[in-house]
Ligand binder design. Structure first.
Ligand SMILES: [Zn+2]
Length: 352
């Protein structure tokens, strides 16, 4: 059900307009670092290896022992296993860190780092500050660095991290964190790597869609809101009170393949006066929202949440998609509860 009027009015006090502006020019989607396989220790788990600390990675295994770069980028660290001369490897063994300019879990462009640890061996010809291509072989999974763990290790596996800073398991500089954080790993700039692999198992394609789930209160995840008198994010839903003509929301800047992503899916509720929905999109070659890149859809405007799956069949849905816009109604009434629109989630997907 939709919000009560008082809550919407309160939310209106905190209305801000979010903007995003980066442009970029590479395949920004990640793939899994392994082919096939499974996860044996999850992100933020406190149950494996180091009790009381949070695991900042996925521990992964596969019958194919090769490790692959999850995206194009630049190698920023190659750390050999060395437990005798210093603590530089923090018990993570042979490790590699790669810097990427890539799509984050919210669908926005960001500098992100992937790291790969416990490697048995490095592939030859890898050098710091040199470019690496997506899918290039980094080495072979192993168990270097972890032999001394007292609580029992997983044996041969890949410790795989995605983070917002190029540190190697040591966000505080004190050297005491070895792939485990004293608190929730997200608070140290880590991102759940499960987002680059499929939820049901690891795939060679990895993550290939942008999605937003509005799990963080007051965080609209980079969407720009146009012609609204108020909005809020709470309880896992983005709520909006449309105002005036042409209310709509615009995604953060994207850079995703039109040939792969063929459906815009969202869970939406509306009790707007009309049910005239439109999807606009922009592309790398026509980087503007325009009537010539529009797909109509019918909105169920009875106030109940409904899952939509809009086929993105349009002659201009081609090449790289740089943004999407959702117009859920023709007009809104500001500052009232006469009309309210909510989204549980929005995503671009391969399948209906
Ligand atoms: Zn691990």
């Amino acid at each position: 059900m939709l919000k009560k009027p008082s809550e919407l009015f309160f939310a209106a006090l905190f209305f801000v307009l979010s903007t995003q502006g980066d442009l970029f020019a590479q395949d920004a989607r990640f793939r899994s670092p392994l082919n096939g396989g499974s996860t044996v220790c999850g992100f933020n788990s406190t149950s494996c290896y180091s009790a009381g600390k949070y695991h900042s990675a996925l521990d992964m295994i596969s019958s194919d022992k090769n490790i692959y770069a999850t995206n194009a980028g630049k190698i920023v660290a190659i750390v050999p296993n060395d437990l005798t001369t210093n603590n530089a490897d923090h018990n993570m063994g042979n490790s590699i860190i790669i810097e990427h300019k890539a799509i984050n879990p919210q669908g926005a462009m960001e500098i992100l780092y992937s790291s790969y640890s416990h490697l048995e061996s490095f592939s030859p010809g890898l050098y710091v500050n040199e470019a690496i291509t997506k899918g290039e072989k980094l080495g072979v999974i192993g168990k270097t660095g972890g032999e001394s763990c007292a609580g029992g290790c997983w044996g041969v596996h890949l410790h795989f991290e995605i983070k917002r800073a190029p540190v190697l398991h040591n966000p505080s500089g004190s050297g005491q964190y070895w792939g485990y954080m004293p608190g929730n790993a997200v608070n140290y700039g880590y991102i759940d790597p499960a987002w680059v692999v499929s939820p049901t198992g690891l795939t060679a394609n990895g993550n290939d869609y942008a999605y937003w789930e509005f799990h963080g209160n007051s965080n609209n995840e980079g969407w720009s809101l146009i012609n609204w008198s108020g909005w809020s994010v709470n309880g896992g839903t983005l709520f909006l009170d449309p105002s005036g003509n042409d209310p709509h929301i615009k995604s953060p800047e994207l850079y995703v393949d039109a040939s792969v992503l063929k459906y815009l899916k969202f869970s939406m509720a509306s009790n707007a006066a009309d049910g005239n929905g439109q999807i606009f999109f922009k592309t790398a070659s026509e980087n503007d929202y325009h009537e010539n890149k529009k797909i109509d859809f019918t909105v169920q405007n009875n106030g109940q949440f409904k899952d939509y799956s809009i086929p993105l069949t349009h002659e201009k849905w081609t090449g790289k998609i740089t943004g999407i816009r959702i117009d859920p109604a023709t007009a809104g009434v500001g500052g009232t509860n006469a009309d309210t629109i909510g989204w549980h989630w929005i995503k671009l997907s391969q399948n209906p």
